[in-house]
Design a protein around this ligand. Structure first.
Ligand SMILES: [Zn+2]
Length: 280
């Protein structure tokens, strides 16, 4: 079957796409999405396009699954999937099916070419790792196309806005990563924080806010230990944190505070958790 296809292609009856072409076709798919995050996927074998999919093409189904389910096991065997966003690893509520990384691993697909890693801390780099651990060959879109994908995948500001309590893994690079923490979906009060000066070899990172807004919650190891965040002394513009430490951030004019716990320090990234407390 494969041979017939390849020969047909050689004789000009089927278009042979380059890897770069296939990345662009995946981007064309993700641009069809009407909701964020946009995700597009295409599956090809020996440069021949076999199927396409985008998130929302079938309601509640991820792009990778849409493209995979259009094909037979024979088609999928030894094929390559090009997806604009790292495949998910946890079962997404909206999808209610096995995650895309597992689906790809079981499908017979040999190679995955990924646009960008998912900034969501529960997925970030784990889809990539799951594929590698299961002997899928993984590579990424070239830098120019990655930038195009990055700009179009998420709603503007998504990456730097945290809404309601949560947990996030973020890269911390030279000049720091600015974040805006919004109280909730309906309550748009915000506090600005910034992570900088990650020194992974010393296992420390700095958490900044405006002058006098940051306090280290000395002695507390869980959010529930903190009954009144304002009992902690020595407010500053920065707190130097190691893993497990908690800080309280309350700018002078804010009517709530955020409590931030540094969970894990990676080489270029940190994982942290936060929650909000209203003024009593
Ligand atoms: Zn998925």
């Amino acid at each position: 079957m494969l041979h017939i296809r390849s020969l047909a292609a050689i004789f000009g009856q089927m278009k042979i796409y380059s890897k770069n072409d296939l990345m662009k076709l995946a981007i064309e798919e993700h641009l069809k999405c009407s909701e964020f995050p946009r995700v597009g996927a295409v599956i090809a074998k020996n440069g021949i396009l076999l199927s396409t999919g985008y998130r929302g093409e079938i309601q509640g189904v991820h792009a990778e699954r849409v493209a995979i389910e259009k094909l037979s096991p024979t088609d999928l065997y030894d094929s390559s999937i090009y997806t604009t966003l790292e495949p998910c690893v946890t079962i997404q509520q909206e999808q209610n099916k096995e995650c895309c990384a597992d689906l790809i691993i079981k499908s017979g697909i040999r190679e995955a070419v990924i646009g960008v890693l998912d900034p969501n801390g529960t997925i970030y780099s784990q889809g990539y790792r799951a594929l590698l651990q299961n002997k899928i060959s993984v590579s990424f879109f070239n830098r120019k196309l990655r930038m195009a994908v990055e700009e179009e995948t998420f709603e503007f500001g998504d990456l730097h806005k945290l809404i309601g309590p949560g947990k996030r893994r973020i890269p911390v690079i030279h000049s720091g990563t600015d974040l805006e923490v919004q109280f909730s979906q309906s309550d748009t009060r915000t506090i600005k924080i910034k992570w900088s000066t990650l020194q992974s070899s010393h296992r420390i990172v700095d958490l900044h806010s405006e002058n006098g807004a940051v306090r280290v919650a000395s002695g507390a190891t869980n959010f529930s230990d903190i009954t009144d965040p304002m009992v902690f002394r020595f407010p500053s513009h920065v707190a130097r944190l190691s893993e497990g430490m908690i800080a309280v951030v309350k700018p002078r004019n804010a009517t709530f505070c955020i409590i931030v716990k540094l969970l894990t320090i990676y080489e270029n990234d940190i994982l942290f958790q936060w929650e909000m407390r209203n003024d009593e």
